[in-house]
Design a binder for this molecule. Structure first.
Ligand code: CP
Ligand code: NVA
Length: 317
């Protein structure tokens, strides 16, 4: 069976744990190497990843490229608009052709149904580099970041996430959906503080709760962050969404600022997938302050995706 990574649940809890272990161990093992030098074992030597972009990206494109270099392989970028996809060639035919030419495909697109169709016709692994529905690669990097920050506090790796309290502030979007999945797979508790009318997909919450996740909806942002270990937010207007004044007004009370962070646990972490809209969902004082783990989080996209790639190629999990 070809291993696709369209959502975190495609891997499942044991594989996600193996992915996180691999990401943390390989990152530590190459700490002093130049960023473009391959790992000593070069486990994907000779392999090529095609990255197809229908939306903008900085972190995802650079981190997948660097991940493939560090695994001994290489990556190529296809801007969808300049390919035949942009002139109407079908996703199915594109999947068939790319599967003959490269070893794995990453897609960033809008409609999640497109990546499901790509995976249906591809005979090589397909990885979700963000859709309107979810952003699973981002959340593996987030989990890695929290585990790494917790270990010096004496929490063993396997227990670092279970029982933690996380609070999500802002829009009920694609990144939140993957965090909800992660809560189901790893056992942290999640308080979702989203203004009424901007809630996330109920199906993600129902599936995570069925796996035992404790997820609550809190309209009051102060109640949501009270005593939590991790505060996470994202842009209020995702790529492809309209910039509506009424949405920005509804989101305003959910801004992560110093006054709100003061209600979280003393050593709480702040996460943001980036790009940030400083002065909207987060203030400078928080993103540049001592709680912020956003630069580790961004770097960890490389290490997390190396492990996701190794899982997709059947090397771990
Ligand atoms: N966080 C993230 O996916 O960033 P990019 O949009 O820059 O890839
Ligand atoms: N929710 C954001 C994430 C960007 C990485 C978006 O979809 O634009």
């Amino acid at each position: 069976m070809t291993r696709h990574f369209l959502n975190l649940s495609d891997a499942g809890a044991p594989a996600l744990a193996a992915i996180l272990d691999d990401a943390i161990a390989r990152k530590a093992a190459r700490a002093h190497l130049p960023k473009g030098q391959a790992d000593a074992d070069a486990p994907l030597a000779g392999c090529v990843l095609a990255m197809v972009f229908e939306k903008n990206s900085t972190r995802t494109r650079v981190s997948f490229d660097m991940a493939m270099r560090q695994l001994g392989g290489s990556a190529l970028i296809l801007e969808a608009g300049s390919t035949q996809l942009g002139r109407g060639e079908s996703i199915a035919d594109t999947a068939r052709v790319l599967s003959r030419m490269v070893d794995a495909i990453m897609l960033r697109t809008d409609d999640h149904a497109k990546i499901e169709e790509l995976a249906r016709y591809a005979t090589v692994p397909v990885i979700n580099g963000l859709t309107d529905l979810s952003h699973p690669c981002q959340i593996v990097a987030d989990l890695q970041t929290v585990i790494e920050r917790c270990q010096p506090l004496g929490r063993p790796r396997g227990k670092a996430l279970a029982g933690q309290e996380w609070a999500w502030l802002g829009d009920g979007n694609n990144v939140l959906h993957s965090i909800v999945e992660a809560a189901g797979l790893t056992g942290f508790h999640l308080r979702i503080a989203v203004p009424a009318g901007y809630d996330c997909d109920e199906g993600f919450i129902a599936r995570a709760r069925a796996q035992g996740a404790r997820i609550t909806i809190e309209r009051d942002p102060v109640v949501a962050v009270a005593g939590v270990d991790v505060v996470v937010t994202d842009t209020w207007v995702s790529m492809g969404q309209a910039h509506a004044d009424e949405k920005l007004a509804a989101m305003a009370p959910y801004q992560v600022n110093a006054a709100l962070m003061a209600h979280a646990a003393r050593d709480a972490l702040f996460l943001h997938c980036l790009p940030a809209h400083r002065g909207e969902e987060v203030t400078d004082a928080v993103i540049d302050g001592p709680a912020s783990a956003v630069w580790d989080e961004a770097e960890n996209r490389i290490h997390a995706q190396k492990a996701i790639l190794r899982w997709a190629f059947g090397q771990i999990g």
